[in-house]
Design a protein around this ligand. Structure first.
Ligand SMILES: NC(=O)c1ccc[n+]([C@@H]2O[C@H](COP(=O)([O-])OP(=O)(O)OC[C@H]3O[C@@H](n4cnc5c(N)ncnc54)[C@H](OP(=O)(O)O)[C@@H]3O)[C@@H](O)[C@H]2O)c1
Length: 262
């Protein structure tokens, strides 16, 4: 049975959580897409699917429980998506993970390095391999990777995070070099600031509350990146004309202290 009865174009949001992932999913669904949401936690995925379908109708969202650290899990999900929803037109690899409190190299175990690098990089490689054949058959497809400040420079404490994000950036450039002539538009979005989500945004909000920085809390969009605003960038990249494709873009809020000093 098709889970995409209206044959809408399909976007796969890999690493779909309530922040950037859901915001991007919604931005595409409002334009007529059906979204495949991939992550590990079923109750969160279910809530997201129900919320999107409540707003945009049945068949606009489905979820696929996936552990991006395991190749077979990624392959199985993409096979199901193809069978149940159709070939993927847009791939957004949004998963990324790091320790909130950094650790120096000598304190970072090999298991930790491997675990985070699998999420930050390997999952993107496997996901890309799953969607490329159908995109190439259509001579058309968009691949968007969510980057971070850590993709641009090494910072103490981020040994288990940055190497994966650097690699993700390079993978994105390689997709462009290898497949752009056949119609694939790949772009890397450098999210160079804290996002107003539960984890990092929550840490910042609590810190500012403790410090009595009320002006920041009252003007939050100037300090924390809003997922819905960032989602506009993903839609913009996807809808660019092919004579003027962007390969890399960086974003930060108005009063953010220029994290990476780009
Ligand atoms: N938040 C920030 O301040 C910030 C700043 C700069 C860059 N970024 C980048 O933004 C992206 C995340 O966006 P977000 O923070 O707004 O998060 P989000 O979209 O709310 O959620 C991302 C989801 O990825 C899923 N995920 C993590 N590991 C996974 C795995 N092994 N297998 C399957 N799914 C997995 C998690 O769901 P499950 O746990 O259910 O699997 C999580 O909910 C990352 O690439 C991150 O590096 C974030």
């Amino acid at each position: 049975m098709s889970l995409n009865p209206a044959n809408r174009p399909v976007i796969a949001v890999v690493g779909a959580g309530p922040g950037i992932g859901e915001a991007v999913a919604r931005r595409f669904v409002v334009e007529g897409y059906s979204v495949a949401l991939l992550a590990r936690t079923e109750d969160k995925l279910q809530t997201m699917k129900q919320g999107i379908e409540a707003d945009y109708g049945k068949g606009t969202a489905n979820y696929y429980i996936t552990d991006l650290r395991i190749e077979e899990s990624v392959l199985a999900s993409f096979q199901k998506i193809k069978t149940e929803m159709g070939p993927v037109d847009v791939l957004v690899y949004n998963a990324g993970a790091r320790r909130v409190n950094g650790k120096m190299i000598l304190d970072t175990t090999s298991e930790e390095f491997e675990n985070f690098t699998k999420i930050n990089l390997f999952g993107a490689f496997w996901s890309t391999k799953c969607v490329l054949p159908d995109m190439l058959a259509k001579q058309k497809g968009t691949i968007l990777f969510t980057g971070a400040t850590g993709a641009l420079r090494g910072v103490p404490g981020l040994a288990s995070f940055s190497p994966g994000k650097f690699g993700l950036r390079s993978l994105c450039q390689i997709i462009t070099r290898e497949y752009q002539p056949q119609g694939i538009h790949a772009a890397f979005i450098i999210v160079d600031a804290p996002v107003d989500g539960k984890l990092i945004g929550g840490v910042r909000r609590r810190q500012w509350a403790r410090e009595g920085a009320q002006e920041k809390l009252d003007d939050i969009d100037a300090y924390l990146l809003q997922p819905e605003d960032l989602a506009e960038t993903y839609w913009f990249l996807h809808t660019q004309k092919r004579s003027a494709w962007t390969h890399e873009i960086d974003v930060r809020p108005q009063k953010e202290g220029m994290f990476s000093k780009l």
